[in-house]
Design a protein around this ligand. Structure first.
Ligand code: NAD
Length: 522
């Protein structure tokens, strides 16, 4: 009943399919497998980015509520960590099936709260679902190693859960990022406190309901809300052993240092400025479509958005054609048929993006395609920025140095591949990069010398599938990338390695004298 009262009453077949005003509700938090209304005195208003109509109020959970969520997770840990990995795997199979059944419903929540198109929101869910599917392989991934050191001695390793762990999520992938954490943290035997972005917690709330339906015991997955106060609570709470963060550099660098100083494991994926080097020998048509999709899809609000083009030699002459294709994209409400990109998340974000475009103009760049001032007829009040291309950009300009996180492509010119590599490597960020070429040796040289963590060869957004790991580099990941999300490194992040050495000496070998020298295993 609580869920129904707070807007979680939709089912796999009934959910919003338009931006029409929905009945406003307060987002509950999720503790002990129940949706509970917060006693909060502070709320954060959440508006549909296409209309700026109020959808829900997200509570800043009280300290007592945050404490209760940790106690719930602590209480659940013993029982959950002692269940067999096969039992946890069965629950994960059910969660996977439920996410598939509720795929459209999750996507609709994302379109409504985050703004991305329905088709793109389905991709957001899918990329998270794939992590849950891969997590079902935990019995294989959790296997330890064993070595028979000598005829009477062996050493073996175990991967044990950490305890209560926490996740702090960004607004841009409301399903995918929670699903980078929930499956891997729980299948390894931990219990989890997850804080979705206060700007779009709806998908995480649906995932909580699906976790409960899949059979997770009470307290294994808890969802709390809020902004900095909740983050500080997580960072300072001694019972929380590890923190996963995805978001921008300002919050992420702070979270990494405060969490680490408090003795927690922290993995933190941060901001980006992803470049593509385009060579004259590439397949031009494929390049044009790939870059337009990767620069402007999701209104440029992806950490792997291709936001910076390095045009080698005569490829700069392709810019007018690129602009034609970008101009043909439909900017509209995410539920509308044929929409290619939706609004940006907030009026503040729109203002920030527009001011970065203005700064480029002031610094002498050319605004080749100007998306400022655009409004789709049906949604005059949304946070619209249409595709924008800025050419003749140089590395000292603000629009090059800062992550724009909007539908804006900045273009720089160089003469050679070497210059392109040097320019890209001089950038502080190192999340993703792409090269467009038909030459194997050129691609190989680029692959070897480039410093970004995820390289696409004729692939514009090379996000690794979950059997690999998300491997940003440089300023795009805190802690030098020692800890990365999902895949085998994700399993390692959420587990403590224990090494056991056992000796079973035969009776006749028992000596009366202690051996005090360091054993040599000879
Ligand atoms: P954000 O950093 O503003 O917010 C992320 C989370 O941190 C939210 O839950 C928010 O409540 C919290 N937070 C924000 N500011 C805080 C502060 N000062 N102190 C404590 N907590 C704070 O990020 P966002 O705007 O939601 O997401 C966009 C950013 O995330 C972009 O920079 C993007 O590149 C990055 N991102 C990175 C990846 C990756 O894998 N590298 C993936 C997705 C998004």
């Amino acid at each position: 009943a609580a869920a129904a009262a707070y807007g979680l009453s939709s089912t796999a077949t009934s959910f919003p399919t338009s931006h029409e005003k929905v009945q406003q509700y307060d987002t509950p938090y999720f503790i002990d497998n129940k949706f509970v209304k917060s006693a909060a005195t502070q709320y954060i208003d959440l508006h549909d980015p296409a209309t700026n109509e109020l959808i829900t109020r997200v509570p800043q959970n009280t300290d007592e509520e945050l404490q209760a969520a940790v106690r719930s997770a602590e209480k659940a840990f013993k029982g959950w960590s002692e269940t067999s990995v096969l039992h946890r795997q069965q629950i994960m199979f059910k969660l996977v099936a439920l996410i598939r059944e509720n795929w459209d419903r999750l996507a609709a929540s994302i379109t409504l709260e985050q703004g991305k198109t329905f088709a793109d929101a389905k991709g957001d869910v899918l990329r998270g679902l794939q992590v849950a599917e891969a997590a079902c392989g935990a019995p294989e991934l959790l296997k330890g190693e064993v070595l028979e050191v000598a005829k009477d001695m062996e050493t073996r390793t175990y991967r044990e859960p950490l305890g209560v762990v926490a996740a702090i999520c960004p607004f841009n992938f409301p399903a995918m990022i929670p699903l980078w954490c929930i499956p891997v943290a729980t299948i390894t035997g931990n219990t989890l406190i997850l804080k979705p972005s206060e700007r779009d917690p709806g998908a995480a709330m649906i995932l909580a309901e699906l976790c409960q339906k899949a059979g997770f015991p009470e307290g294994v997955v808890n969802i709390v809300h809020g902004a900095h106060r909740t983050v500080n609570f997580i960072l300072d709470e001694p019972a929380i052993k590890a923190v996963s963060f995805v978001g921008g550099n300002k919050a992420g660098e702070y979270i990494f240092s405060r969490g680490s100083a408090n003795g927690k494991r922290v993995q933190a994926n941060l901001g980006a400025k992803n470049h593509a080097a385009v060579l004259p020998d590439c397949n031009k048509n494929q390049f044009l479509n790939a870059v337009v999709g990767a620069a402007f899809g999701a209104a440029g609000q992806r950490c792997m958005a291709l936001s910076t083009l390095v045009m080698v030699g005569e490829t700069k002459d392709w810019l007018p054609e690129l602009a034609e294709r970008a101009k043909a994209l439909q900017v509209n409400g995410g539920f509308e048929e044929g929409a290619d990109l939706g609004p940006v998340i907030s009026p503040q974000s729109k203002e920030r993006i527009e001011s970065l475009i203005a700064s480029a103009e002031q610094e002498g760049a050319t605004i080749l395609l100007d998306g400022r001032g655009f409004k789709p007829a049906k949604y005059p009040n949304g946070n619209w920025v249409a595709p924008t291309i800025i050419s003749n950009v140089t590395p000292h300009m603000k629009c090059y140095k800062e992550e724009i996180f909007g539908p804006v492509l900045v273009c720089l010119n160089v003469d050679t591949l070497d210059e392109a590599i040097d320019l890209i490597n001089a950038n502080e960020y190192g999340n993703g990069v792409a090269i467009f070429t038909r030459s194997g040796p050129t691609a190989e040289t680029f692959r070897r010398r480039i410093e970004a963590g995820q390289v696409g060869i004729n692939v514009p957004i090379p996000v690794p599938l979950p059997m690999f790991s998300f491997t940003g580099n440089k300023k795009s990941i805190a802690g030098g990338g020692a800890s990365t999300f999902y895949g085998k490194p994700g399993i390692n992040f959420y587990t403590q390695l224990k090494t056991v050495t056992a000796m079973w000496t035969s009776a006749d070998a028992i000596s009366k004298k202690a051996d005090v020298a360091m054993p040599t295993h000879s």
